[in-house]
Design a protein around this ligand. Structure first.
Ligand code: SAM
Ligand code: SF4
Length: 344
């Protein structure tokens, strides 16, 4: 092993602090170095969070989007995608089904869809809280501060807004009409409003460097995020990034592992996207620092149309993903399912 690698790894385990250059050294790991990095992340996860994995039910209630992100299949210029919008009552029924299975956290996600006014969603959140007694996480993209405030007042406890990339030039190129400072300002608003805040980034975007990935991890550290969604870029044929190489599983796992070393108590999901890259992807992520699974509870007729990247709906065909199925899967990995709604 390179002496610089061993020194950076030991420092990360001991202090949970690294410079950008030291993070790059860890991200360059191959072979035995990568094994050592993954093992250290797994140990930090076990020491700080134990063996519990939190299961969340995600309901993707609309695939309409006014944005045009170059990487995403839901972008407004993708005319090949059949679009759907679930009625609030349908969303509630899907959430009630998830609650009956055993899920205690419901994640509501969508494209940026102005059809859903904050007041209407706030009514839904209130119902989910009072009738189902669940924790509600929202992931609705960029909204005005007043909407975040209204949804928080209705009882939404967490908000997931991935920063996508900490490289401002790459961000502006990949997310037309938006800029990185605007996204980061929203993370600050969400924190001020009392949400548990989730950010996160895509790994393997065209033009992304290891230095940019190190900046992603440092940004997560600086914002002391409660959660970070870290997943590989997966190329979609109906986007301007068609034909670009997808991100690699190994590099994604390394970014995840370094994030665990720097943020020992942050919730890190084993994302759907790592499972799309490789059948063992999610299991491997759980051994590299991850402690959360988001299971897709979107009603079957809609699920295939939430095609942010291809290959996501394989689990429907295989009939996987129920609460009981995950309990069994996790038991095989020596992990147990969290009973409560998760911290706090
Ligand atoms: N519209 C909201 C937003 O952008 O925050 C939430 C929904 S969006 C579909 C959820 C996430 O999908 C984004 O944060 C992005 O990281 C991810 N995503 C979109 N296209 C992707 C792709 N081709 N590969 C990997 N992740 C992708
Ligand atoms: Fe819309 Fe989110 Fe996809 Fe961007 S990533 S096009 S905001 S759904």
């Amino acid at each position: 092993m390179r002496p610089a690698f061993s020194a950076a790894l030991a420092k990360a385990v001991k202090t949970h602090l690294l410079s950008g250059a030291e993070i790059v050294t860890l991200l360059q790991a191959g072979g035995r170095e990568a094994e050592a990095l993954f093992r250290a992340a797994d140990e930090v996860r076990a020491r700080h969070l134990g063996d519990t994995v939190h299961l969340r039910a995600i309901i993707e209630f609309s695939n309409h989007c006014v944005r045009n992100c170059l990487y995403c299949g839901l972008r407004r210029n993708n005319r090949r995608l059949p679009r759907y919008q679930m009625a609030p009552e349908e969303i509630f029924v899907a959430a009630a089904r998830a609650r009956a299975e055993g899920y205690r956290t419901i994640v509501l996600q969508s494209g940026e869809d102005p059809r859903y006014q904050a007041a209407e969603l706030a009514g839904l959140v209130r119902r989910l809280k009072t009738e189902l007694n669940v924790t509600v996480t929202l992931s609705l993209g960029d909204l005005p501060r007043a909407s975040y405030r209204e949804l928080r007042a209705a009882g939404a406890g967490r908000y997931l807004l991935k920063h996508e990339t900490a490289d401002p030039v790459l961000f502006a190129r990949l997310r037309p009409e938006t800029r990185l400072p605007g996204r980061l300002e929203r993370l600050t608003w969400l924190r001020e409003l009392g949400y548990q805040v989730g950010a996160g980034n895509i790994v393997g975007l065209p033009g992304q460097t290891l230095r940019a990935l190190a900046a992603d991890v440092l940004l997560l550290k600086r914002f002391a995020v409660d959660m970070a969604g870290i997943g590989p870029f997966i190329s979609h044929p109906d986007t301007p990034l068609a034909g670009c190489a997808s991100g690699s599983l190994e590099l994604t796992l390394k970014v995840l592992a370094v994030t665990r070393l720097l943020l020992p108590r942050t919730h890190l999901p084993a994302t759907t996207a790592v499972g799309v890259l490789h059948p063992e992807g999610r299991a491997r992520a759980l051994r590299c620092g991850a402690n959360v699974i988001m299971s897709d509870l979107t009603p079957t007729p809609y699920r295939r149309y939430y095609e942010i990247y291809p290959g996501r709906t394989r689990s429907v065909v295989e009939g996987r993903g129920s609460f009981a199925w995950w309990q069994e899967e996790l038991a095989h990995l020596g992990r147990k399912v969290g009973k409560g709604p998760g911290r706090p």
